[in-house]
Design a protein around this ligand. Structure first.
Ligand SMILES: CNc1nc2c(CCc3ccc(C(F)(F)F)cc3)c3[nH]c(N)nc(=O)c3cc2[nH]1
Ligand SMILES: [Zn+2]
Length: 374
């Protein structure tokens, strides 16, 4: 029935990492993978052709943002998000709940849904499981996310318990409102904060609803990395081994590796595109802030170990000059390189899993990149 299927190819003998493949109506992708963020129907400064060049197979977009601008009816009339933005690969859309909490100041949560103000013009708005499904249906994404509440960190046990129970009821309402289950997959989102019994309750509720895939939500909201890792250690085993697992909002290179080790298959991160726009690049020996004066006459590539188009044709001095002059081409160069860096990192992670050495790879990468020891 669902168009989203997962193939578990093998598990790393050194860690809990999995090598897999996800099949969607717009192509398949190997996992673990990271998904570039394309909030407003574009991965900022990148063309679809460039995303194909760097081997990106799936991108993210957002119910909340596209509902506000340009409105889901325009995208529906365009034939869906794929034709609107001329992207031939897969698209995953978030359900908007998280964005309401992180963007809108005035909001009220009820059993029905969430009342809030449009962060652009202050209008009163209402988003519910049914509305979120209607918007994602218009967008035509390959993978939709259930409408959930991502509680703030920290939250009391009582608040978290109420929230998890409501998120489970909302997940059921999403399934009922799902108009084209044979064309679009719908993932449930596990909540429960740092409380093991609530994570178990949330996972059991959602697994009993038999979604084609699951996300671990409620993380990367300010909790220490150790808390995230502990939550993953007792949450991913509760999820079916034959379905994809998406850790929402993660993240930095070290978190991608640590999430993969704990059984996560899919990640989203705003990092590569966001830091690129302030002239920060990811390199194999850590971050490089190319706008620093010390690179004014540095005619080496961003990363001497990188074989991307940018590192083969442009220098730090030139990119620094463009960024200092706020030239768009400068942001395109740093973004292209950062995305290429993360796509390559995930290829290295998959290669390490296939050779049962992801634990060793983590050591080498952390040492070279400069992450502190666990
Ligand atoms: C940054 N930390 C974080 N991000 C989180 C997100 C957003 C993920 C997302 C989706 C789409 C985009 C888009 F820009 F590409 F559109 C950007 C980011 C969550 N989303 C939901 N639904 N539940 C969660 O519990 C949750 C927890 C999250 N922690
Ligand atoms: Zn490069």
């Amino acid at each position: 029935m669902t168009p989203i299927t997962y193939e578990l190819i093998k598990t790393d003998k050194q860690t809990g990492a999995r090598l897999g493949r996800v099949h969607t109506p717009h192509g398949s992708f190997d996992t673990p993978t990271f998904m570039p963020v394309g909030t407003l129907a574009t991965v900022k400064t990148m063309s679809p052709e460039e995303l194909e060049q760097i081997d990106a197979k799936i991108i993210l977009s957002n119910t909340y943002h596209l509902w506000l601008r340009p409105g889901e009816e325009i995208i529906r009339e365009a034939g869906g998000l794929h034709s609107f933005m001329n992207w031939k690969g897969a698209i995953l859309t978030d359900s908007g709940g998280f964005q309401v909490f992180s963007l809108s100041d005035m909001r009220e949560i009820t059993e029905e849904g969430v009342y809030f103000r449009n962060h652009l013009n202050g209008d009163k708005l209402f988003l519910s499981p049914e509305k979120a499904m209607q918007i994602q249906n218009a967008l035509g994404s390959d993978i939709m996310m259930a409408f959930d509440e991502c509680p703030p960190y920290p939250a009391t046990y009582e608040y978290m318990k109420q929230s998890v129970e409501r998120t489970s009821r909302w997940a059921e309402r999403c399934l009922k409102a799902h108009e084209r289950p044979e064309e679009q997959g719908l993932f449930g989102i596990v909540q429960g904060g740092e409380f093991e019994d609530l994570r178990k309750m949330s996972a059991q509720d959602l697994v009993s609803l038999d979604f084609p895939g699951y996300a671990v939500g409620g993380l990367s909201v300010g909790e220490p990395k150790e808390v995230m890792n502990r939550v993953l250690e007792f949450t991913t085993p509760l999820l079916p081994a034959d379905k994809p697992r998406y850790l929402m909002g993660v993240g930095s290179p070290d978190s991608l590796i640590d999430g993969a080790i704990r059984g996560i298959d899919m990640f989203d991160c705003v990092l590569p595109t966001r830091i690129a726009r302030n002239g920060t690049c990811m390199t194999s020996t850590g971050r490089l802030v190319v706008r620093n004066a010390k690179y004014a006459k540095d005619f080496r590539p961003i990363d001497e170990h990188c074989d991307c188009h940018v590192c083969k044709n442009y220098t730090r001095a030139y990119i620094r000059h463009l960024i200092k002059c706020n030239e768009t081409f400068g942001f395109r160069l740093t973004t292209y390189h950062n995305l290429y860096f993360l796509v390559k990192l995930m290829k290295q992670v998959r290669a390490a899993i296939s050779e049962d050495r992801l634990g060793d790879f983590r050591e080498e990468f952390f040492e070279r990149y400069g992450f502190n020891k666990p």
